[in-house]
Design a binder for this molecule. Structure first.
Ligand code: TEU
Length: 519
């Protein structure tokens, strides 16, 4: 790809900043910690980082509640540490992208504090979404919207008004009709672009705009994170959002070579594609592989569907197996040795696909989700579900770097912000670096091929006929064939030489729970 569109086939690595590496011994990861591990990231072979929010925050949602979007929270370092990180990452040929959280602020943002003090009808309140309640005494929320984290999306303040929060009560939604809200995001964009960032990940990019009159939503019983495409959910994906993305893009076009990826939980292909166009976002996240599980038919459908969706906009697809909001895929695929074996197979499937890859820190070590004890849980979804859901802490446990017992080189503190399991001694980066059979070695090898091998050219796929529970595709124009077996028995391979396999072969057959690259 040309330099200005470097992201079109890039491998991004998501750093969950709290959990990556701690340089100052407080048990929480930080910016200097990331800088100390750039050598590892270069060895792994990634092109760019996505740093989760490190801005000033009271951490009600671990940084997705931003109190000052143009400063670094002291727990993560300071602006000088950020500048050092960007400079050193660029030295290592790794680009740096950062998270933007435009849908809401922290309740401790000075604007929200001012709004609370100023009272109903004030200019200060107009930056958020305050309303009178329903019922004769206003004691019912203004509408029936629920928070993504559970419970009502409205909280009442002492003077009787209610404010909207699609997430935690500590994350009041901003009013995107207000010119100062726009101007402030523009300032934030330029602030980080001027400091040399290469792009942004935009949190809840289908949020922000709210519909006229805030009509009730249709309440349906539905598993968390599952999207329904039949009824429009008035909380998200309102048409006004596109104007905001056009504003963002306009600013970014003044900084050539930068990119923005949106977190877009929109299932309808055309509505999804509408976010990803020449004057809006460069890329949109796609969560279909996360939802597919380990099943060849479902994975193939996810792949074909994703490619069809981006074909509408002419931009590359993005691929994700895990992130900081979902159960780690080793565990989703069954856990233990089987989960690892399947995760290895899915790694080869993902890395054979055309487009942009988003890896989540620790997946290259094969980390499973951790069953944390109740006392350790911190995610707001645990609290707000009335302790019925375990929340997202289990995929956010600090990375094991080296040594034989916690904190495994993550920190010098004995107590890390979430405890690491003792059994992670065999999953450390150190233990895996020298082991050719490790998950880390598989990632390194696969990424090296992806970067250097001509077999990866071409953005279209061609599918082969395959036995039930299996698939095989070829990168058109490249020639690389990827085959996956999710059936219970070994199957014959498509023609070709084995370049890389996710596990041992069964003679010249592809065993269950295995994928292979052929040339
Ligand atoms: O997530 C938005 C979102 O919709 C997800 O929260 C998802 O539905 C949820 O995690 C399932 O439990 C983004 C961030 O990725 C997430 O970490 C933040 O908590 C959220 O926004 C609020 O900023």
């Amino acid at each position: 790809a040309e330099e200005s569109a470097w992201w079109r086939d890039a491998v991004f690595y998501q750093v969950y900043v709290r959990s990556f590496a701690d340089s100052n011994g407080d048990g929480v990861g930080d910016l200097d910690g990331i800088r100390s591990r750039l050598g590892y990231l270069e060895l792994l072979g990634v092109d760019a980082l996505w740093l989760t929010p490190f801005y000033r925050s009271p951490m009600a949602d671990h940084g997705y509640d931003v109190a000052d979007p143009r400063d670094v929270d002291p727990i993560f370092g300071d602006l000088a540490a950020f500048d050092r990180l960007v400079a050193d990452a660029h030295e290592h040929n790794i680009r740096v992208t950062v998270d933007l959280v435009p849908n809401h602020s922290s309740d401790l943002h000075e604007w929200f504090q001012e709004a609370l003090q100023a009272g109903p009808g004030s200019m200060e309140r107009a930056r958020y979404i305050f309303r009178e309640g329903r019922g004769f005494d206003g004691s019912q929320p203004p509408n029936n919207w629920t928070s993504v984290f559970g419970g009502p999306a409205w909280t009442r303040v002492p003077d009787g008004q209610w404010y909207l929060h699609l997430f935690a009560p500590e994350q009041p939604d901003l009013n995107w009709e207000h010119p100062e809200v726009r101007a402030d995001l523009e300032r934030t964009l330029r602030f980080w672009l001027d400091r040399g960032v290469d792009g942004f990940r935009i949190d809840v990019a289908h949020g922000m705009a709210k519909p006229e009159g805030l009509p009730d939503m249709e309440i349906r019983v539905q598993a968390p994170g599952v999207l329904s495409d039949d009824v429009h959910d008035p909380r998200f994906d309102n048409d006004g959002v596109h104007e905001i993305h056009r504003m963002i893009r306009k600013v970014m076009d003044g900084y050539p070579g930068t990119m923005a990826v949106g977190e877009i939980w929109v299932k309808d292909d055309e509505r999804f594609a509408a976010y990803v166009r020449p004057d809006e976002l460069h890329l949109g996240f796609n969560f279909r592989l996360v939802e597919a599980g380990f099943d060849a038919d479902a994975v193939r459908t996810a792949i074909e569907h994703s490619l069809a969706a981006v074909a509408l906009s002419g931009t590359p697809a993005t691929w994700t197996l895990s992130n900081h909001d979902v159960v780690r895929h080793v565990t989703r695929y069954g856990g233990g040795a089987l989960g690892e074996q399947r995760a290895r197979a899915m790694t080869l499937v993902e890395l054979a696909l055309p487009g942009v890859i988003y890896l989540y820190n620790g997946e290259e070590l094969g980390l499973p989700n951790v069953e944390l004890p109740d006392w350790a849980l911190q995610d707001p979804t645990w609290e707000r579900s009335g302790h019925t859901e375990r929340g997202r802490d289990g995929c956010r446990v600090p990375i094991p770097w080296e040594g034989t017992s916690p904190p495994f080189g993550f920190s010098t503190a004995v107590n890390t912000w979430l405890p690491q399991p003792n059994e992670w001694d065999h999953l450390t980066a150190e233990a895996q670096l020298e082991d050719p059979g490790s998950m880390l070695s598989l990632y390194r090898e696969a990424l090296e091929h992806r970067k250097s091998n001509a077999g990866f050219a071409g953005e279209e796929l061609e599918w082969y006929g395959a036995p039930a529970g299996c698939f095989a595709f070829r990168r058109k124009g490249g020639g690389l064939i990827c085959a996956l077996n999710t059936s219970g028995a070994s199957v014959p391979l498509p023609p070709g030489q084995v370049l890389l396999s996710s596990g041992p072969m069964d003679g010249d057959q592809l065993p269950p729970d295995t994928a292979v690259w052929l040339v």
